[in-house]
Design a protein around this ligand. Structure first.
Ligand code: NAD
Ligand code: DAU
Length: 343
């Protein structure tokens, strides 16, 4: 079995490639990644010792490149995407290009080699904000921001290739992942690393937006199960049942690193901020999947990882990230770096 893992130098893709090297040691794992700001060779540095592992730097929108790689594979798992909602609100060109056109490029190549299984990695955000209840796989799509609209576009394309041409397509839609190797723009690593640096944490709006927190290893095991056992043409939600308002997660993060609630800054909200995501995942559970541990234990593992791996994240928070942080936060209503002690 040879699997192409696109976006495999990013957060979830690198965790998935690592899972494959340990759980499916006889497989060949080919990572294709453009190495955007979010892609990091250090995320997969430890995997290079495995004989079956290889890395190629390249763009999923590059048809010629895809034609050269995909036909020799048995499956494509497409993690590659622009993924940060706040960046999509600042400008969506890269999101439309990679998330939609990139997926279409992969699908066009797979179309010529229909024995290849194509797994599209999607998100619970495509269902949009839910006032009540939980989304099942047939809940209508209602994406609320340019990122989730682009992801919904890719899902619909993938399903259309299944229906029109019989491609062996499966889709996973997961909730918010957290864990090792997450780029520190996302809320969990941003808050953990800010606190480890003695900086405050910028909480959007009233802090009552709800997300369902899924440990990245649980998600990766779900993706592997869908790759191996998912029914062609089907969608599988992956949630965890850890629906929590952001303020509660923030309080748990503060506790995990021994910081006080004085470090919270309530800042101007994200435009169009989706209030609540919620998933049903009984379809995946029927294949035998369960989250492995509770949220508090997984958060403790995550906090310890960021505490012990400063050499991984400190370089990421310098350079381009400083400019991003200044632009995104420092002029924002409610943001201040002053602590009560410093005035
Ligand atoms: P990430 O931003 O950490 O990683 C994305 C990776 O894709 C990076 O390594 C980047 O270099 C690569 N990439 C970007 N554009 C590319 C291109 N044109 N060609 C090749 N590589 C490219 O993202 P993540 O959080 O690991 O998310 C992975 C996937 O999972 C995405 O499809 C995302 O939509 C989906 N997802 C993420 C979450 C989450 O909570 N993080 C939840 C649900 C779904
Ligand atoms: O739900 C799945 C999605 O989860 C994925 O598809 C996306 O790729 C991933 O980025 C994530 O999107 P969110 O927008 O939910 O994640 P983010 O970490 O940006 O924000 C989580 C919550 O925390 C959200 O309600 C916004 C809030 N937040 C975020 C940041 C960055 C803050 O309050 N302050 C912040 O500084």
């Amino acid at each position: 079995m040879r699997v192409l893992v696109t976006g495999g130098a990013g957060f979830i893709g690198s965790n998935f490639a690592r899972l494959l090297t340990s759980e499916r040691p006889s497989w060949e794992v080919v990572v294709l990644d453009k190495l955007t700001y979010a892609g990091n060779p250090a995320n997969i540095g430890d995997l290079r010792v495995f004989d079956g592992f290889s890395f190629l730097q390249g763009d999923i929108c590059d048809r010629e490149l895809a034609n050269g790689i995909i036909p020799a594979c048995d499956a494509v798992v497409n993690f590659a995407a622009e993924t940060h909602v706040d960046r999509s609100l600042a400008g969506a060109d890269d999101f439309v290009r990679t998330d939609i056109l990139g997926a279409n490029t992969m699908l066009e190549v797979v179309r010529r080699h229909p024995r290849i299984r194509y797994v599209q990695i999607s998100t619970d955000e495509v269902y949009g904000s839910l006032a009540a209840g939980s989304a099942s796989e047939d809940t209508p799509l209602n994406p609320g921001n340019p990122y989730s609209a682009s992801k919904a576009g890719a899902d619909l394309l993938a399903l259309s290739y299944h229906r029109s041409f019989g491609l062996d397509v499966v889709i996973t839609r997961s909730s918010n992942n957290f864990g090792p190797y997450q780029y520190p723009e996302k809320v969990m690593p941003l808050f953990l690393t800010n606190l480890l640096e003695g900086k405050p944490v910028p909480l959007y709006g009233d802090g009552m937006n709800v997300r369902d927190w899924l440990f990245v290893e649980d998600n990766c095991r779900g993706v592997l199960l869908v790759l191996e056992k998912g029914v062609s043409g089907e969608i599988y939600n992956i949630g965890a049942g850890n629906e929590l308002p952001n303020i509660q997660v923030t309080m748990m993060i503060l506790e995990a690193v021994g910081a006080s609630k004085e470090m919270i800054r309530y800042v101007e909200d994200r435009p169009g901020h989706d209030r609540r995501y919620s998933l049903r995942w009984d379809k995946l559970a029927a294949l035998g999947w369960r989250p492995r541990a509770d949220f508090a234990a997984q958060l403790a593992i995550t906090a310890a990882w960021y505490r012990d791996n400063r050499a991984w994240w400190e370089p990421l928070k310098s350079g381009e990230f400083r400019e991003y942080y200044r632009r995104m936060y420092e002029g924002r209503r409610g943001y201040s770096e002053a602590t009560p002690a410093s005035g």
